[in-house]
Design a protein around this ligand. Structure first.
Ligand SMILES: [Zn+2]
Length: 161
């Protein structure tokens, strides 16, 4: 007998980053700062990510494009790779992601692509700790998710191997 099922996710929407806890306001500010290091001559879509470690350290990443388009790297993965390289034993508490564009202002929260969702999942799994995901655009509304599992309910898990 077939069954129609649903996934239910929950997240918090803040009308503005000023309503977030101060630490997360700071993390968003760092993610915005990271957009300045973006190399996006092709899309002009500059993405910044800031990873907050359990020890309070913040590690930044930005998107890095390439004339051979598929070689481009997303901000989330550059930040997570930097964190894994610079502080491999440190657990990750949160990641803030934002974007800006010279063409069309980014007025909705910037959401990670599917590849990055899987990579964030791996980081959660590796350290056995949920990573809060904080998404925002150039201004206004901010979404906070308690875990990447809310954005990737069916994930590829090491238990499958
Ligand atoms: Zn991505």
């Amino acid at each position: 007998m077939k069954e129609n099922l649903k996934f239910e996710i929950s997240y918090t929407a803040y009308p503005d980053s000023s309503e977030l806890p101060e630490l997360y306001q700071q993390l968003i500010a760092k993610a915005k700062q990271a957009t300045n290091d973006s190399y996006a001559p092709y899309s002009n879509f500059k993405v910044g990510a800031a990873v907050l470690l359990n020890n309070g350290e913040i590690i930044l990443g930005s998107n890095q494009e390439n004339a051979s388009y598929p070689l481009g790297l997303c901000a989330e993965r550059t930040a997570l790779s930097a964190a894994a390289s610079l502080a491999s034993n440190e657990k990750i508490k949160a990641i803030a992601i934002t974007a800006k564009s010279a063409k069309n202002p980014v007025l909705q929260p910037a959401a990670p692509c599917g590849i990055c969702r899987q990579v964030i999942f791996e980081a959660e799994n590796k350290h056995h700790q949920n990573i809060e995901i904080i998404l925002t655009g150039e201004q206004g509304i901010v979404y906070v998710f308690k875990s990447i599992k809310d954005l990737l309910p069916l994930h590829f898990d090491a238990n499958f191997l």
